[in-house]
Design a protein around this ligand. Structure first.
Ligand code: ATP
Ligand code: MG
Length: 601
């Protein structure tokens, strides 16, 4: 393969696109791989398509090795199957919906569980037909609330989605493992570092689910690891609940004046100033913070929720969202507080929250709100708190959980912090950030049940099929590769996904240089090396050509230029390694050998 830059449809940019926050986005646009068509929606240019095809090829080979067969579904789908599984509603504003000329409802599929289930139902009816694994590499649509970082969170993106069909749980376990193994091979072959973490299934449903994350500071997901091998997305971490505390000798709750203390910091300062206790100073962890949030249900209905948690922890909106899925979470706004005057901003406490049980006198007990109140699991019976007294400038001290207040339940919403204990007792957690590049689900029977996918077993009895679903974000993987392989000068692709193996640059105006470069490029190409050849005429300066070569990120750069007079060309790796002066006559051999070495890893 030989691509001449003089003919190639591409344009490199010296300036970063204004909306680009992360390296992959900046560089993929600047190097002419993609162009933005609309927020979170991109067009693919020739070089981008070449990289995409290589990533897809690795996915295809490993799917085939795992025994999955490729099919292809439309993106435009009718409403009914999604109605049958409840997802037409559950996806809420996250799906693109449209109507045909007759008024029929359609959607642009965010994922295809329903359609695969129906296809198998159409064609198969016996246990002998199973197990079965099917997949597609297909364009998905999600009207993401916050499309960002270019391809990393798009509203149109390419996913590999595979689905497994088994008669029983043991079969599902085998299918799940086989996809999991395939994912390990895919990401290893792509040279993408990955961590497998326990995950929540969200609106997807199902029993077991794991995510593949690639660690990077720009990732939107936070995950934890313990020395004993526990690994989970923070969304899936469950709090280690402390034992209840005896409270027989706890003093009665008492309300105190704490003027100008709408925040935890100001409250702790005033508590220490005015109500110092002998043993140790008050700290944020002694306060119970009650945060008002709004759940937006898929139907659009807005429901307020108060989360009570130790004052030294913030609410992690993503963790809360995982707990209340499919609802989305927003901070409460002025209008919410206006509609609920009983929720006194900055001084809210259990006196007005929670179920209507008698609380201690003087505990700031007033008319109860109808807003649901959920507590962090650490707020166990007997714990003693400073918290809002539901009046401006007042807080209640020594308010004891279980004695003075209760709630409507508990919720996993508090941030997970480094040093928190792993739920399985395997040690303190450390935190890191990552990008979700794959997600596998043991779905179980939810979709088969809803859509009536059964097969006859050995005894002629109908059995509901059990399913798994397995996604790789193909375009997100490409961005993650760009994110992991770049420097200040541009992209630096690993050889097996690079748009070409070698970038030959002819510099200057000397026709002899162009002849030699042309001959080398042609020779390499005839040996199976993929060559990008910068044959642009002499008016494109060497500086521009070198800068473009660095921006495009092909792993080997060969410069045919001034050295030709001494009979050599320059061969240099895009990153690392050393520049070699190679005699022209040996150049093809040397470069092919270097390419082979790069591809062998
Ligand atoms: P996220 O939590 O990042 O929104 P998700 O859990 O909704 O992703 P899945 O439904 O598990 O995503 O989809 C499977 C894979 O598709 C994900 O692991 C991810 O790699 C990719 N993916 C999901 N949403 C997007 C998107 N908006 N843009 C690009 N890739 C995406
Ligand atoms: Mg996911």
């Amino acid at each position: 393969m030989l691509i001449r830059l003089s003919q190639l449809f591409f344009r490199t940019l010296r300036e970063d696109p204004v909306d680009a926050e992360v390296a992959s986005h900046r560089l993929l646009v600047r190097a002419g791989y993609i162009r933005r068509a609309a927020p979170g929606i991109y067009s693919w240019l020739p070089l981008g398509l070449r990289v995409l095809a290589k990533v897809e090829q690795v996915v295809r080979e490993e799917m085939a090795a795992a025994g999955a067969q490729e099919v292809h579904f439309p993106a435009l789908l009718p409403r009914e199957p999604y109605e049958a599984t409840g997802r037409w509603t559950e996806y809420g504003p996250n799906i693109f919906r449209l109507k045909d000329r007759k008024g029929g409802d359609y959607l642009l599929a965010p994922t295809h569980e329903e359609m695969f289930t129906l296809l198998v139902k159409d064609l198969y009816s016996s246990y002998k037909d199973l197990p079965l694994a099917l997949y597609q590499i297909q364009t998905k649509y999600r009207d993401e609330a916050r499309p960002r970082a270019g391809l990393i969170r798009g509203r149109e993106f390419i996913m590999k989605d595979a689905y497994s069909f088994d008669v029983d749980d043991a079969g599902l376990a085998v299918s799940y493992q086989s996809q999991r193994d395939a994912y390990e091979r895919i990401f290893s072959r792509l040279g993408l570092e990955y961590v497998i973490v326990a995950a929540t299934s969200g609106a997807m449903g199902g029993s077991r689910s794991e995510e593949f994350l690639t660690p990077t500071a720009i990732g939107e997901d936070t995950f934890v690891r313990s020395p004993g091998g526990y690994a989970a997305n923070v969304e899936a971490v469950t709090t280690v609940v402390p034992d209840a505390v005896p409270f027989d000798d706890a003093p009665a709750a008492h309300v105190e004046d704490t003027p100008d203390t709408p925040t935890i910091d100001t409250l702790v300062a005033v508590a220490n100033e005015r109500f110092a206790r002998p043993d140790r100073p008050w700290a944020a962890a002694d306060t119970l913070k009650n945060v008002v949030l709004a759940l937006v249900h898929p139907t659009g209905e807005r429901e307020l929720l108060v989360v009570g948690l130790p004052g030294d922890r913030e609410v992690d909106l993503k963790r809360l969202e995982a707990s209340v899925a499919p609802a989305e979470v927003e901070a409460a706004g002025d209008a919410d507080f206006a509609a609920h005057p009983e929720l006194v901003r900055g001084y809210l406490g259990p006196g007005v929250l929670g179920p209507n049980v008698p609380v201690a006198e003087g505990a700031g007990d007033t008319a109860r709100t109808s807003v649901r109140y959920l507590l962090d699991p650490r707020v166990v019976v007997g714990t003693r708190w400073i918290t809002g007294a539901n009046e401006h400038g007042k807080h209640v001290f020594d308010l004891v959980a279980g004695r003075d207040f209760t709630a409507d339940g508990t919720v996993e919403a508090a941030e997970v912090r480094a040093g928190d204990p792993a739920p399985d007792g395997s040690g303190p957690l450390e935190l890191a950030r990552g990008i979700e590049i794959g997600h596998i689900f043991a779905l179980g029977r939810k979709y088969a049940q809803a859509l009536g996918l059964t097969v006859l077993d050995q005894n002629g009895k109908a059995q509901v099929v059990t399913m798994g679903s397995y996604g790789v974000g193909v375009t997100r993987v490409l961005a993650a590769l760009a994110e992991a392989n770049n420097d200040e000068r541009g992209l630096a692709w690993p050889a097996h996904v690079a748009p070409a193996h070698v970038h030959v640059v002819a510099t200057g105006k000397d026709p002899a240089v162009f002849e030699a470069a042309d001959a080398l490029a042609t020779e390499l190409s005839s040996r199976g090396v993929e060559v990008l050849y910068d044959d642009r005429p002499g008016k494109v300066s060497p500086g521009v050509k070198f800068a473009d070569a660095e921006l495009l990120g092909v792993p080997l750069v060969v410069v045919v230029g001034r050295g030709l007079a001494e009979g050599v060309v320059e061969v240099r790796p895009r990153v690392g390694g050393t520049t070699e002066q190679v005699p022209v006559a040996e150049a093809a051999d040397r470069v092919s050998a270097l390419v082979d070495a790069l591809l062998a890893v």
